[in-house]
Design a protein around this ligand. Sequence first.
Ligand code: ZN
Ligand code: ZN
Length: 641
Amino acid sequence: MKKVVSLFLCALLILGGMLPAYAADGGVIVDGTWSILVPASPTSYETFAAQKLQSGLSEVFGTEIAVVSEPAGHYIAVGSASALDASEIADNGYLIKAVDGNLHLNGAGVRGLQAGAYRLLEEFFGRKVYTADITVLPTAESVQIPADAEISYAPFFEYTDTDWRSPCNAEYSMANGLNGGTYRSLSAEMGGTVNYLGGFCHTMGGLCETAAHKDSNPEQLALHNGERTTDQPCLTDPAVLEIATRNVLNIAAQRHDPNASVQIISVTQNDNYNYCECDRCKAFEAEHGGVQSATMINFVNQIADAVKAAGYDNIAIDTFAYQYTRQAPTGIVPRDNVIVRLCTIECCFCHALDDPSCERNVALMKDLSDWSKICDRIYVWDYTTNYSNTCIVFPDFDVIQRNIQVFYENNVKGVYEEGAYYISWCDTEFGELRAYMIAKSLQEPYCDLDREVDGFLAAYYGPGWENIKTILEKHIASATRKGNHIGIGAGTGQSFDFSEKDVAKIDALWNAAKEAAAENETTLEHVERSELSWRFWKSSERKGEFSILNNKRFDENEKLFEDLQAFGVMGINEGGYGDYLDCICIRYVPANEWRDYEDDEQPAHVRLFFSKVLEFFTPLLTLFGLYYKIACRINADSVGG
Ligand SMILES: [Zn+2]
Ligand SMILES: [Zn+2]
């Protein structure tokens, strides 16, 4: 069912002084004389949308735009002051339309109108919020809009979230359509956030009070490998269902917001494989496809029924399709108010999920497609960084948009794109770019993302941005070489296989980008920060200036170490805060090994001793050509290995 209609109509921007300020084709000309028309008693949503338009247009035209409740001259009519019927607009969607030479905007639900105000500024006036710190809004004397302009939008997803840096900013989230409540705070007049009430994941133990009933009611515990365990509850035990239902209803009673678009209570398995194998559970599963998701959906369905019966129409119950519950059951269907959250943790991210040639993704696609046949409310927990080697490039840029399209085409209604949530102390590669690509793809999965990326790169990296684009393309090409796949913990060597020749070319591109960015301190900082990912990779793989053929390689390692710290990089992977800072072999071991050589470890001192000896003799070795021969032999060995 395609309920979304999104019409992109050509909007012609007349930038200040570039074109005559009149409508040759009878289009609508917006200029500094326009006002924002609101009803006499506006709602908080209408006030917010009107103020957003007012401040945006005032900036564009360099004059204070008025907000009025009686039309005088040309205007943008907002909400119930417009000629547009809100009942015809999709929930949380909007309609923008030129009518009789004026513009009209109306929206539905808790966030449609506000989203429409941002869209109007973006579509007709070129306003882009690329990061929390970079907003582009061209000034103009007037702007021409087609006389029949019409943009109709319905959200593709009811829940959108990601934990990269800028997406946590409210203004960025409003402009780029992110609404999850875990990583941002949006005020009531902004429409608020979609919140998980209670826990975000692995809530089963708490909700079922498994540990508390360990001794009194062991039959409530999972029977796994012949023993009762508190790791999971028995999902077919009536008392367990009663306890969990009572706890879920308690959460609902305490945190229900009838005005929210949707609220979610997570009933999700604990993070282990020790599901119940009692006769009753096994019998139920045998009748429903022989998979553990059968007892899970049956359990969650009954809680969802109780929540609905209690009158909580906007609360949905969320459960996982994860590890042992990833496969869909047969003969049982999740209720409308049940969310099935599928995790892509096992997948490959240099190939699209629906790429039939990627064996890692084929299994997940089958599960997604099976679930989509029985469930109209799938959520996805997706991954967008390398958690083991976060400092190098994670080459998923070519699959971000396609994967989100795949989700949309398979009944996915909510997406959480987990990234480097620890970016505040580990930011070296292209986090802001990726965040923008994710947000734009969630907002408009079929948008012209290439154009969006170009706009971002130019604003963020400055005039040398095309070099950066080529660098990214080279990384993608290397990662997708024949037979290679990239998981969320890919090694540095597995990720890319650049030859010394490739390295020289990419070095030249970075140098060109830096040279072009040199005049702007911020832009240069962005380029140099992202370049750290490249230097980190070269050090890890002993390439370029880190090659064992370069006598200065020891200094290069130390320089990289110092630069990382200067850029606030306090860890080189997930959970590694401070882990590399006390390495005593910084000068001598590749960057991806820096976590392994701490002062209190004997092998670190042995390595340090022999490395110092090697460094001492390096000039001599070079003099006699011996070093070169040895180096070639080592290089040949490592290539052979
Ligand atoms: Zn059981
Ligand atoms: Zn693959």
